[in-house]
Design a protein around this ligand. Structure first.
Ligand SMILES: Cc1ncc(COP(=O)(O)O)c(C=O)c1O
Length: 458
């Protein structure tokens, strides 16, 4: 083992890391949300060339903290509203730390009975939360992009198997063709997943959407058993949810496969006041969602759900003489990776500590705070461009030019961080309230900062 430097034991090194992490988290509320120029310039201290002789672990840790911590984006704090970014619940972070010390390989039961057991339990809790029956397969992946990909791999297997084609053995060259239907506002990660799975980004049939970006079920093309319909709950701009009930009804009659990308929107199901927005998800064939977004566990953690368990297993499992052939569920047979970290552990910890009621309250609170954000900005003269149904708010400050300049100035100011987007051809500020740590004070301070900046941008 290499020299620990100033630390005389592993315990001292880990305690130092823990103290530095706690100091970082405690200081977050007073930190700029996006690092300033000086902090970014200091990143050059990380160096360029790999040194010939190693540096002691204590010095490595100190460098990481002293140069790295001030240059972080404060997305673990309460005033980061960019993209759809959750923070980390303290218990999820603590559980991940302990699990990191365990360093378990979560691929096979024999590699980690504890992670396999926790994954089994977490799977059943998630199925229960989302109203899915016991037969649904569940896999833990890096995020919603890989969850979308994994679901498409299962769909590809099932639809082609019905046509007598073994896609895992034969590949896609010469296979019967399948159709893919998406809404006009499909998330870009779904298109990436389609490209990865061999369907192509551009071979899709696009369904018109309504003013909030929802797929119009009455505009679906004729469907058949060769079709995968990719719907979504939680439009990345507006938060709007496709009418899954109606889409599933049309698709079921035709034998089509319905996949729902619910990266963050699926969590509406856990809120007693928002569950109606995602009505019908249990009738779909597959679902994708993220835990690192609205469940507020650390990156990276997404989940794929597939009703047809053998289809997902056929798409993902691997066999070799040295691998166990026992019939018990092998976690790695439901995901693209083999070796992987035990990411179900922080999901289990977060869910256990919240309980159903705490989860409901966390989701509901983000939605309430998003509505408060929208009301405050509206009261200060901004325009709100979407119906604020979940945690997303789209804002205009008049012309495109002014809106973009306000966004830039808000990002420069550092009180909070909001991204930009284009909505129906116009520039918009995009606000996503997804972090457990956000308080009413954070929202009010952010509204005040944004309106002050807007008043100074002509
Ligand atoms: C609707 C939707 N799908 C998929 C994704 C991709 O998720 P990830 O970055 O976890 O792969 C996002 C990310 O914002 C999203 O909003």
């Amino acid at each position: 083992m290499n020299d620990l430097g100033e630390h005389s034991s592993v315990e001292e090194l880990l305690s130092d890391a823990s103290e530095r992490a706690c100091r970082y988290l405690e200081g977050l509320s007073g930190q700029r949300v996006f690092p300033g120029r000086d902090e970014l310039l200091r990143l050059s201290r990380f160096g360029e060339a790999l040194p010939e002789n190693g540096v002691t672990p204590s010095k490595v840790l100190a460098l990481l903290d002293e140069c790295g911590s001030p240059a972080t984006v404060a997305s673990a704090g309460g005033r980061y509203f960019g993209f759809v970014t959750g923070g980390s619940l303290p218990i999820a972070l603590a559980a991940q730390w302990l699990a990191a010390a365990w360093d378990q390989n979560a691929c096979l039961r024999v590699m980690s009975p504890v992670s396999a057991r926790i994954e089994d339990i977490t799977n059943s809790w998630l199925r229960d939360l989302f109203g899915l029956s016991d037969g649904w397969a569940v896999g833990f992946v890096t995020g919603a992009t890989m969850a979308n990909f994994s679901a498409l791999a299962a769909a590809r297997h099932a639809l082609l198997a019905r046509l007598g084609w073994d896609v895992e053995a034969q590949g896609l060259f010469g296979a019967p063709s399948l159709r893919v239907v998406v809404g006009e506002d499909v998330h870009v990660s779904m298109l990436k997943a389609l490209a990865l799975a061999g369907f192509g980004r551009s071979r899709v049939e696009k369904v018109p959407i309504d003013a909030q970006g929802r797929m119009r079920a009455d505009e679906l093309p004729p469907l058949d058993a060769r079709t995968i319909v990719c719907a979504q709950v939680g439009n990345v701009n507006t938060g709007a949810c496709d009418p899954i009930d109606a889409i599933c009804e049309r698709s079921q009659e035709a034998g089509a496969w319905v996949h729902v990308d619910g990266a963050f929107g699926l969590w509406a199901r856990a809120s007693s006041r928002r569950a109606h927005l995602v009505r019908g998800i249990e009738h779909a064939q597959s679902l994708a969602m993220d835990c690192h977004k609205w469940l507020n566990v650390p990156y990276d953690c997404g989940v794929v759900f597939v009703r047809d368990e053998p289809a997902l297993r056929a798409a993902m499992s691997l066999q070799a003489a040295y691998l166990p052939s026992e019939s018990a569920r092998q976690p790695g047979h439901y995901v693209p990776d083999a070796s992987r970290r035990a990411r179900a552990i922080e999901v289990w910890a977060a869910l256990l500590s919240l309980g159903k009621r705490g989860l409901d309250e966390m989701i509901e609170r983000s939605c309430r705070l998003a509505a408060r954000f929208a009301d405050g900005l509206l009261g200060g003269g901004a325009q709100i461009l979407n119906e604020v149904v979940l945690n997303q708010v789209l804002v205009s400050f008049g012309t495109d030019d002014r809106t973009k300049r306000v966004i830039n100035a808000v990002q420069e100011d550092g009180t909070c961080w909001c991204g930009g987007t284009e909505w129906r051809g116009s520039a918009a500020m995009r606000i996503s309230v997804s972090c457990w740590a956000t308080t009413e004070d954070d929202i009010d301070a952010s509204i005040a900062a944004i309106l002050h900046i807007a008043s100074s941008v002509a």
